[in-house]
Design a protein around this ligand. Structure first.
Ligand code: PMP
Length: 454
């Protein structure tokens, strides 16, 4: 990707992952961001699926200002604080029954690390010290810290660190939509869930501590949704072997999929839940682990949880979180995500009729993706050299729309892009997003010589 800003800027002392330079952001409101040259962009990915309630929400900003005038930091070993208490209660009220203990952190990786470490300390506290393996799925993304990376199924990210980290056992993500067998979707769901049992047996059930999964896939799989039968079977298998089920709801949580949690679509009852992103909607860095008392109590009784971060329960971040949850309720944003998600998914499906190189449209609520293929029957991916997913993102960016993409799906590579606007999005705004997507796909087809139905 090139520098998309037209003005010359001095070299930066800052660095991120790549040499890429982007325009300087100036301000943001609703589903829009403006750069310092006054160019308006539609935030069609809510940042990185973060800004669920949209930018510049007055009530959230006012609540944060009120908190800033009182206290922005008090260390948890010296003081507790009201916003953290309130947010923990509000989160527990919205989570599956029994998930009544909340441990605050500052982001998704920290939330995942916390789940893994609480699980391990629980096992030690109840005399099951031989349990330490955390099975996960491939592909998946659970975070960038070394522990979270160990359960992440994304080789390019973990390979450089392989001597330094503990690579955990993986099973395939449930990419039932790619299978070309005679099974029904429900039978495929069982087939993928049973791979967990096979892995547990291969590893030795007494050594397995937990299984971690994203209930609805994020960027790594492109909003992958497993068949309904997958979820109860996974729960059953975890119960059979006394293994804790961790749901990583960092991306799928807090309303994005049209329910408070992605797992709520199937009434899932995981043992631990990781939250972040939409939890404070980007107004402050915030994440959390949710756990039931039955897991927390033995750990605290055994001497305490040997884990924690300086900024845990930060009053300003928690005040933002409280205000965000209040705004989600006041504006009915979870229902809106469900309704607008249906509209947007319908539009993506319509685009797939015009552009036959879209082989699959999937996701729930406003966590939606479309996958490119060279053949819909076989679901063969486009050649890697075309770099179709990145061209799609760049060409949409040139047209004023921000989307997100990856070239990963199941065991084979495949291009997809995600369209995940803030949950405040309106019918009219979906019209604008769809129109830019149509223009972009048209330009992509012309550039890469892909078929278009006229
Ligand atoms: N889990 C999931 C499912 C995620 O999508 C992400 C971030 N993309 C993380 C964990 C890590 O979160 P963070 O970048 O805030 O550490």
């Amino acid at each position: 990707m090139q520098n998309t800003s037209s003005t010359q800027r001095p070299p930066s002392h800052l660095f991120y992952q790549s040499r890429l330079r982007r325009p300087l952001v100036d301000r943001a409101e609703g589903i829009y961001l403006w750069d310092q040259e006054g160019r308006r962009m539609i935030d069609g990915s809510s940042g990185a699926m973060v800004v669920n309630i949209g930018h510049g929400n007055r009530n959230v900003l006012d609540a944060m200002k009120r908190q800033m005038d009182r206290v922005t930091f008090a260390y948890r070993l010296h003081f507790e604080n009201e916003p953290a208490e309130d947010l923990a209660r509000m989160a527990a009220e919205r989570l599956p029954e029994g998930m009544d203990r909340i441990f605050f952190v500052s982001g998704g990786s920290e939330a995942v690390e916390s789940c893994i470490k609480l699980a391990r300390q629980w096992a030690l506290a109840v005399g099951q010290s031989e349990r330490w393996k955390v099975i996960s799925r491939f592909p998946s993304y659970h975070g960038g810290t070394l522990g979270a990376l160990g359960v992440t199924g994304y080789a390019a990210l973990s390979d450089p660190f392989s001597p330094m980290m503990r690579e955990m056992p993986k099973i395939p993500a449930p990419t039932a939509y790619l299978d070309r067998d005679n099974l029904t979707m429900e039978q495929r769901g069982i087939k993928y869930a049973d791979m967990l049992e096979e892995k547990i047996l291969a590893e030795g059930p007494e050594s397995v501590l937990a299984f971690i999964m994203e209930p609805i896939g994020g960027a790594s799989t492109g909003a992958l949704v497993a068949p309904d039968s997958y979820f109860p079977r996974i729960r059953e298998i975890c119960d059979r072997y006394g293994i804790l089920l961790i749901h990583d709801e960092v991306m799928s949580g807090v309303g994005r999929t049209g329910k408070f949690l992605g797992g709520d679509h199937w009434n899932c009852k995981p043992d631990l839940i990781a939250l972040s992103k939409g939890f404070a909607s980007g107004y402050c860095p915030l994440g959390a682990m949710a756990a039931p008392s039955r897991l927390v109590k033995p750990v605290l009784d055994a001497g305490g949880f040997q884990h924690g971060f300086t900024y845990a329960g930060n009053p300003l971040a928690c005040a933002a979180g409280v205000a965000v949850l209040n705004e989600i309720d006041r504006l009915g944003l979870i229902d809106n995500a469900a309704r607008m998600g249906e509209v947007l998914k319908g539009e993506l499906e319509r685009l797939s009729e015009r552009f036959p190189f879209i082989g699959d449209v999937r996701g729930k609520g406003l966590l939606l993706a479309a996958e490119f293929v060279s053949d819909r029957e076989t679901m063969k991916p486009l050649p890697k050299e075309l770099n179709a997913h990145q061209r799609m993102v760049d060409m949409a960016y040139e047209r004023g729309l921000i989307i997100y993409s990856r070239r990963t799906r199941g065991g084979v590579e495949g291009d997809h892009f995600l369209v995940c606007p803030p949950m405040i999005v309106t019918n009219e705004e979906i019209g604008s997003i769809t129109s830019i997507l149509g223009d972009t796909l048209e330009a992509l087809a012309a550039e890469l010589d892909l078929p278009v139905n006229r």
